[in-house]
Ligand binder design. Structure first.
Ligand SMILES: [Zn+2]
Ligand SMILES: [Zn+2]
Length: 444
């Protein structure tokens, strides 16, 4: 049975993606590198479960070298990192013919043999690189120009705020100065009034004294009268003194009141200043919040860490450990039991097959057999909607990527993801054709 199987190629995690990656590379994560200038429509990259943007899981360069129109062919597998629903997975296929004369080479082997490439390919790669660089430069320009716009706006707004603050401070300062001057004037006026009043009082007193003197001069008059008059004078003097005291007290009170008012005004001014500062701070804070929200929105276009894949043929079956165990422990009958168990239990079979290369993350075998992790498996694969041909197994993404690509933090969990594509590889370079992907429930 196994001899009839299509050859299987394994994808092992290689270096982290760098700037040399192109559309002819097979890689996990990052952003898709496209064969054609047309982008994958955003409407196709919406999660069917939560409607958010899907993230690239795998870009697999899988050319059909016998098919000129699909000489270059790439599969793009996406999933949703927002809701992590296994129903969110999608796969698109795009192809492009090779325009120039070119030797037919097995592209996957070519990748394995560290890219022995002819000049034509180099030229195309350079052109593509240039295109990509141009794209990147354009994107950079757009990104930076939007940034510049943003920062200019920010500067304008900030300078507006600054000028507003300056105005406010100036207003406050002029106000306080004016108020102070007014207060000083008022105080001076009051002092003048007080002096005038004092002078008046002194005059009155002097007049009275004169009168008294006159009265004293008229001592011949009745002493009783004099005494009465003196008493009256004394009373008047007392009254005057009291009046003066009262006036002084009132003045002091007024001064105190003025001082208090001044203090209150200063406090109010300070409060206003603080309020203004707080308002400005709040404005700045809300701006920062908005910026952070923007950043978060940008971050919400979640991206899986990008790694090249090293493609190798699947190693042959290893029997050595089992033979050892059977030699030490049990007889041949137990071994045959184990083999039976493996055939019955898909997960044991899966484990055995994976153990040939435990670090494998991808299994590629166009028209080959999927390696199930469990009994439960999709019964019927939908046919190609374009040519109505059957879809056949093409590749399998293994759950080992959950660990290698740190997908646990996105709550991504699954048994395996199986890509089935049209057996006739139909399609062309004008669009992205959705193929079928079945994602198994997580391994229990
Ligand atoms: Zn989703
Ligand atoms: Zn088809």
């Amino acid at each position: 049975m196994e001899n009839k199987e299509e050859p299987v190629f394994l994808g092992l995690l290689d270096d982290k993606e760098d700037s040399t990656i192109d559309e002819f590379s097979t890689k996990f994560g990052g952003k898709p590198k496209l064969l054609i200038s047309k982008q994958i429509p955003q409407s196709k990259l919406k999660c069917p479960s939560c409607n958010k943007q899907l993230s690239l899981v795998l870009q697999a360069y899988s050319p059909m070298i016998d098919l000129p129109r699909a000489y270059h062919r790439v599969l793009y597998v996406f999933c949703c990192l927002h809701c992590s629903d296994i129903k969110s997975w999608k796969v698109f296929q795009n192809q492009n013919e090779f325009e120039n004369e070119f030797e037919n080479e097995n592209q996957i082997e070519n990748q394995n043999e560290n890219k022995i490439e002819n000049q034509n390919e180099n030229q195309i790669e350079k052109e593509n690189q240039n295109q990509n660089e141009n794209k990147i430069e354009n994107q950079k320009e757009i990104f930076f120009s939007s940034n510049i716009e943003f920062t200019n706006k920010e500067i304008e707004e900030n300078s507006n705020i600054d000028s507003q603050i300056e105005k406010l401070l100036l207003d406050i300062n002029t106000k306080t100065q004016k108020e102070k001057q007014n207060q000083i004037q008022k105080e001076r006026e009051k002092e003048n009034q007080i002096q005038k009043e004092r002078e008046k009082e002194n005059q009155i007193q002097k007049e009275r004294e004169k009168e008294n003197q006159n009265q004293n001069q008229n001592q011949n008059q009745n002493q009783n009268q004099n005494q009465n008059q003196n008493q009256n004078q004394n009373q008047n003097q007392n009254q005057n003194q009291n009046q003066n005291q009262n006036q002084n007290q009132n003045q002091n009170q007024n001064q105190n009141q003025n001082q208090n008012q001044n203090q209150n005004q200063i406090q109010n001014q300070n409060q206003n200043q603080n309020q203004n500062q707080n308002q400005n701070q709040n404005q700045k804070k809300s701006k920062n919040r908005k910026k952070n929200q923007k950043k978060k929105r940008r971050k919400k276009q979640l991206i899986i860490p990008a790694y090249f894949l090293d493609i190798i043929p699947e190693p042959k079956k290893k029997n050595i450990p089992k033979i050892k165990i059977s030699n030490i422990e049990e007889n041949l009958s137990t071994e045959s039991k184990n083999e039976k168990l493996e055939k019955e239990d898909p997960f044991l079979k899966f484990e055995e097959r994976i153990s040939r290369e435990p670090t494998q993350c991808l299994r590629y075998s166009f028209g080959g057999k999927p390696l199930k992790t469990q009994d439960k498996f999709i019964k019927t694969i939908p046919k190609c909607p374009i040519c109505k041909s059957s879809r056949i197994f093409e590749l399998q993404i293994l759950p080992t990527i959950i660990y290698y690509l740190d997908l646990e933090k996105f709550n991504i969990d699954f048994g395996s993801a199986y890509v089935y594509s049209c057996e006739k590889c139909c399609g062309d370079s004008s669009d992205y054709y959705e193929e079928f992907i079945y994602v198994e429930d997580p391994i229990k």
